[in-house]
Design a protein around this ligand. Structure first.
Ligand code: WTA
Length: 650
């Protein structure tokens, strides 16, 4: 993709003096000093933080061992992230403090104090042991956003089982792929979850997905009480099994580099890849980024709206906040159920102080109108965060003015955070008490992160010009490998631009050191803040017997960021249905293969796809056609130019 340079838009905002006064990091000088120290003496910097902020069963031998592309943080050290999120808070004032506050879509609610959450996690952990789960075994979690999702993750971590959380919106097919790839032994699911007033049939999907896999047991949480199929030899109710186990379950000492979880994410190939994160570095990095960037205080009720099926839910609903002893809010359902005011109603009802959400949600709220937030008291909000895609300045201003500004005693700063599944935690960000805010710019690198914008060869591009966003040295929560595929790990991340971590994003660096992220430069789409590979959707389409070939591209969309546009050639024999029927059939097929998030917005039939003489689909041309742009650039390699005219007419 050609990256054009983007001029600095130049509007800036300062955090309010009253916010700065009480902020953890409260000046640019303080940030600069931290950053400098982290670059000059990374081992000293991270070693001190690790000793200060986390509990270790055994100290490490060496802070950092880097043998590209293999990294070890705190090698020889032993800890347990569930201990750091729970046990250590039980000996002081946080013992009976709320750890999780949850509301279900129908309006039911649960609060778990640290003592109660610890109790639940111990029961869950012993239940997993009873099902034969041992250290190193893989456990899949396919749950709605209910407290048990966090409980299950912490229970796996407690006994050293590796969790693989699969977003409840993924189909049985997608789930199956992940179960097989990771060799999962136990699946944790529910009898359903509430979404926009309907029940998501999670258990039915699991029943389909586990067939022909190595899954031995399915542990089912009761949520909706709807009728489900039951397989005596394999299925267990969580509420029944927990009666049969002890509530005493000491946290297993884990080596710092022991695997903590696998999380599948879309890349440039047809199959999602299992991003592997380990224990020590991930715990430290999510802990400290949560603390500094969300300015977490013991008095805060903090709400990250992401589902735990995504990395944001892992790092910033569960592990980061709980490691800090914070109170994390969870909500099960849709933002527009029963009406468009649900988020604002929750904020008023619970007195939420910190809100972390995605630009796509903000743009939807904008569309629904100021009336909705206007009906509620949002004065408790003191900090707003954003993640998932570049935030357009209009959405930033709306977020700031309609949600954050002047409603409370102090207008809320906006913390933009750029990061990815592979980075584990925030990489570029606006420090809320220390940085000037620039709408549309993600901000400055977190201490320890050496970010740059370079060309394909790795040469830094001049300030103000577009290039590839890369990270030049290892950081504690970085991806360790792609599960079962170390070659893919090396090739995808360390060989695209030699010797540096390749993010897949384009960016521009300004005079002031701020990074503006432009979006993906590879064949990965960002649809409503969700990552989807074009190849993944193409594979799903081609798996339908009617489809001969498919090419998928993104098209700019006001709310979703990108809409999914598919160009499809059909097998001749099957063309007797009407176009509209065919489109519906194929959309449904993609939903069944991947999940509703991958449903194509547009499907166009064509006799031919534009290809190079060597047979490669020219997606660049399709992107221009999809968005109605002039087709520019070199077309000399295009095999048959007449294809373009036909496509424009389609
Ligand atoms: C995009 C989500 C601009 C980016 C945490 C990245 C962003 C991809 C931002 C990773 C941001 C995330 N500004 N773009 N603040 N945050 N992105 O793995 O394209 O689901 O590569 O992780 O989201 O998506 P992932």
């Amino acid at each position: 993709m050609v990256i054009e340079s983007v001029a600095d838009e130049g509007r800036t905002f300062e955090p309010h003096a009253a916010f700065v006064q009480q902020a953890r990091i409260s000046s640019k000088e303080e940030y600069d000093a931290l950053y400098k120290r982290s670059m000059d003496d990374p081992e000293g910097f991270w070693g001190e933080l690790a000793a200060q902020e986390l509990h270790w069963f055994k100290p490490w031998d060496k802070v950092l061992q880097w043998d590209e592309p293999t990294v070890q943080w705190f090698a020889g050290g032993q800890l347990n992230i569930s201990y750091n999120c729970l046990d250590r808070h039980l000996t002081g004032a946080r013992r009976h403090k709320a750890a999780l506050v949850w509301e279900g879509e129908p309006g039911d609610s649960v609060t778990l104090t640290y003592a109660q959450l610890h109790h639940q996690v111990c029961l869950f952990a012993n239940t997993l042991k009873k099902l034969g789960v041992e250290k190193g075994d893989r456990v899949a979690i396919y749950l709605p956003m209910i407290p048990e999702a966090a409980v299950a993750m912490l229970a796996c971590a407690r006994i050293g089982a590796v969790h693989s959380v699969v977003f409840g919106g993924f189909s049985a097919e997608s789930l199956k792929g992940r179960l097989v790839d990771a060799g999962v032994k136990v699946v944790i699911t529910a009898d359903g979850g509430w979404r926009r007033g309907s029940i998501v049939p999670l258990k039915a999907n699991v029943d389909k997905a586990v067939q022909g896999t190595a899954v031995e047991s399915v542990l089912v949480v009761r949520r909706t009480a709807q009728k489900i199929d039951w397989h005596e030899e394999r299925d267990y109710w969580w509420h029944e099994l927990q009666q049969t186990v002890s509530a005493i379950c000491p946290a297993e000492p884990m080596d710092s580099e022991d695997m903590l979880f696998i999380l599948y994410t879309s890349g440039t190939t047809g199959k999602p890849k299992g991003v592997v994160h380990t224990t020590g570095g991930y715990n430290l990095y999510t802990h400290i980024t949560s603390q500094w960037l969300f300015d977490l205080k013991d008095t805060d009720l903090y709400w990250c709206t992401a589902d735990v099926g995504w990395i944001t839910g892992h790092s910033y609903t569960v592990y980061g906040p709980l490691s800090n002893g914070a109170t994390s809010f969870m909500y099960e359902g849709a933002p527009n159920f029963p009406d468009n005011g649900r988020f604002w109603q929750l904020i008023e009802k619970y007195g939420i102080n910190i809100l972390y959400t995605a630009p796509t949600a903000i743009r939807a709220f904008m569309k629904w109108g100021e009336d909705w937030p206007g009906r509620y008291d949002l004065s408790s909000l003191r900090l707003l965060g954003t993640v998932g895609e570049p935030i357009n300045p209009e959405a930033w201003m709306w977020y700031s003015e309609v949600i954050g500004a002047g409603k409370g005693p102090t207008p809320a700063p906006i913390v933009d955070t750029w990061w990815m599944t592979e980075t584990g935690g925030h990489m570029l960000a606006t420090f809320p008490g220390a940085h000037t805010m620039r709408p549309g710019c993600a901000g400055l690198p977190f201490p320890g992160v050496e970010a740059d914008v370079v060309d394909r060869e790795g040469n830094p591009v001049p300030v103000g010009e577009g290039g590839y966003l890369v990270i030049k040295r290892p950081w504690p929560s970085m991806i360790r490998t792609v599960y079962g595929n170390p070659d893919r790990y090396r090739q995808n991340y360390w060989e695209q631009v030699p010797g540096v971590f390749f993010s897949g994003d384009g960016a521009v660096k300004g005079e002031n050191g701020y990074f503006k992220v432009l979006g993906r430069v590879d064949d990965v789409l960002s649809v409503s803040g969700h990552r989807l590979g074009t190849m993944e959707i193409e594979s799903a389409l081609v798996s339908h017997p009617m489809v001969a070939e498919a090419a998928v591209v993104g098209k700019p969309d006001d709310i979703k960021g990108e809409a999914i546009c598919a160009y499809v050639t059909l097998n001749e024999a099957d063309q007797d249905q009407s176009q509209e029927e065919l489109i519906q059939v194929l959309k449904k097929h993609v939903v069944a293969q991947i999940g509703a998030i991958a449903r194509p917005d547009e499907i166009h039939f064509t006799e031919q796809l534009p290809k190079t003489r060597s047979g490669k689909i020219m997606r660049r041309l399709l992107r221009s056609i999809a968005s109605g742009e002039e087709i520019a650039g070199d077309m000399s390699t295009l095999e048959d130019r007449s294809v373009l005219d036909k496509l424009r007419g389609s």
